[in-house]
Design a protein around this ligand. Structure first.
Ligand code: HEM
Length: 133
């Protein structure tokens, strides 16, 4: 049976371009951090002023999804696992992070196939950053 797909993932484009580029990455980051701040496992790890974190995440995700290398241009090699070492990242926190991101993608209206693809792509790093039992 044919399944009607409004916006199938285009495999010849980057995730960045599949999502819709800069504007949509910004929307995702803006939808994501209020959920992180409200999450009892994640919120307490983050500073009162979340704006600098949001800007860095916008820069990092742009690059990670195959867009412009904004993060490395500004801060050098990402070394993301090392940058998370000061914070106790547990498996539960990685799961909570991914759940907040799933909700953010839904809120922004990312189509399901693309959403699942993005979450799979982020799951690797999220569990790799676990540094605390
Ligand atoms: C696994 C669960 C995760 C937790 C608990 C977590 C937590 C944090 C915390 C507490 C910070 C520092 C905030 C501050 O500046 O005070 C941070 C920074 C950051 N996180 Fe995560 N994070 C997680 C996963 C991820 C993932 C999967 C990504 C991207 C793929 C990511 C990207 C970033 C970036 C880009 C920064 C800013 C780094 C910088 O300061 O240069 N994080 N994270």
């Amino acid at each position: 049976m044919w399944k009607l797909e409004r916006n199938p993932v285009n495999p010849s484009l980057s995730i960045y371009d599949n999502l819709g580029g800069e504007e949509v990455i910004r929307q995702i980051v803006e939808a994501f951090y209020p959920k992180v701040k409200a999450n009892p496992l994640l919120g307490p790890l983050f500073p009162e002023d979340i704006n600098p974190v949001m800007e860095k995440q916008f820069m990092f995700l742009s690059q990670f999804f195959g867009g412009p290398s904004l993060f490395s241009d500004a801060y050098g090699h990402p070394m993301m696992r090392a940058r998370h070492l000061p914070f106790p990242v547990t498996r539960e926190r990685a799961e909570a992070w991914l759940a907040c991101m799933t909700e953010a993608l839904e809120e922004v209206g990312i189509e399901e196939e693309l959403k699942d693809f993005v979450i799979k792509r982020l799951s690797g790093p999220a569990f790799h950053f676990v540094n605390t039992p």
